[in-house]
Design a protein around this ligand. Structure first.
Ligand code: SAM
Length: 307
């Protein structure tokens, strides 16, 4: 499926990844109703609305008020065809019940954070920008990365870094954090980066030494893996027969959850045996797309019990 020619998707906010593949797998059509569970800058949603013109609709969710506000402005021309709500996609079941929606024709989850969230120092997501250790996707959530680093035990910090960051030196980093916080609280991303560099050494290869610890903290603060499990279950339940679920993940922990969920859910037919990835051209134009993996599945009408 082609990206509509009248659309300008290279936005400052966030350039949507794997856009043509998303449309090919989701197959938006006239009159269809879709959920974009990770609205971000609204790039994928805009494409879905254009392809499903004149009356296809999208319910767009994001935990981040700022993403909702920015997408409102971008999608204003679509009026009632775009319904945007600040919400966690793990609450999809309740959201759809409140909106009196019985079933939808497709659901998209484009996981992780947007370029805007990463680039904004005050959000604290990036080890390349100096800012407060915040890392909350939702402005109304109470737990911040600063609080996690200030209050969790050494063992729990090591567990978080190991499980969510696959950081082999998790124990050494946790030990250094607990030593340091006795003298001085960790408040900023730069303080944390310097501490990690003191434990792991400075950047040598292509991957910054703080990458895994920052990923782990972000996943923990936002309960990302639990949300994903709950979101996948709710999305599957919400799909009409023939409806499609498309998920783009950016690291192996997410991709593993999606892969096994698709395999083990009897009401889904897997459409992508192997995950789809960006081609060279897209990777060169948008480096963020390099780690993107897209998986898609279709809701099947009847589950035949084999007895
Ligand atoms: C990669 S961006 C999506 C970009 C979007 N597809 C676009 O075209 O601009 C991910 C977005 O999902 C949001 N998000 C992540 N997890 C979420 C969740 N559990 N519920 C709702 N929004 C979530 C983030 O706040 C972020 O804005």
């Amino acid at each position: 499926m082609r990206v509509p020619a009248d659309a300008n998707f290279s936005m400052n906010y966030h350039t949507p990844v794997l856009l043509e593949e998303v449309l090919r797998q989701l197959q938006p059509h006239t009159g269809g109703l879709y959920v974009d569970g990770t609205l971000g800058g609204g790039g994928h949603t805009e494409a879905i609305l254009r392809v499903s013109a004149p009356d296809g609709r999208v319910i767009g969710l994001d935990r981040d008020d700022e993403a909702i506000a920015s997408s409102h402005a971008r999608l204003s021309e679509f009026c009632v065809r775009a319904q945007l709500v600040t919400a966690n996609f793990s609450e999809l079941r309740n959201m759809l019940a409140k909106l009196q929606v019985a079933g939808v024709d497709g659901v998209l989850f484009d996981l992780g954070v947007s370029s805007r969230q990463l680039d904004e120092p005050t959000r604290g997501f990036s080890f390349l920008r100096d800012g407060p250790l915040d890392m909350r996707m939702s402005q109304s959530a109470s737990l911040t990365a600063r609080e996690v680093l200030a209050t969790e035990t050494q063992e729990e910090l090591a567990r978080i870094f190991f499980v969510y960051g696959e950081e082999r030196r998790s124990r050494a980093i946790a030990k250094r954090i607990v030593e340091q916080r006795k003298h001085e609280p960790l408040e900023t991303t730069t303080q944390l980066v310097r501490l990690i560099e003191r434990v792991l050494g400075p950047k040598r290869g292509p991957v910054h030494p703080a990458t895994r610890t920052f990923q782990a903290l972000r996943i923990h603060v936002n309960r990302e893996l639990d949300n994903l499990r709950e979101g996948l279950a709710a999305a599957t339940e919400a799909l009409n027969p023939g409806g499609r679920l498309v998920v783009i993940s950016f690291h192996s922990l997410e991709d593993r959850i999606v892969k096994w969920f698709f395999r083990e859910t009897q009401s889904l037919r897997v459409l992508t045996k192997k995950p789809l990835m960006a081609g060279e051209e897209e990777c060169a134009a948008n480096p963020r797309s390099r780690s993107a993996k897209l998986r898609a599945a279709e809701k099947i009408s009847e589950v035949c019990s084999q007895s």
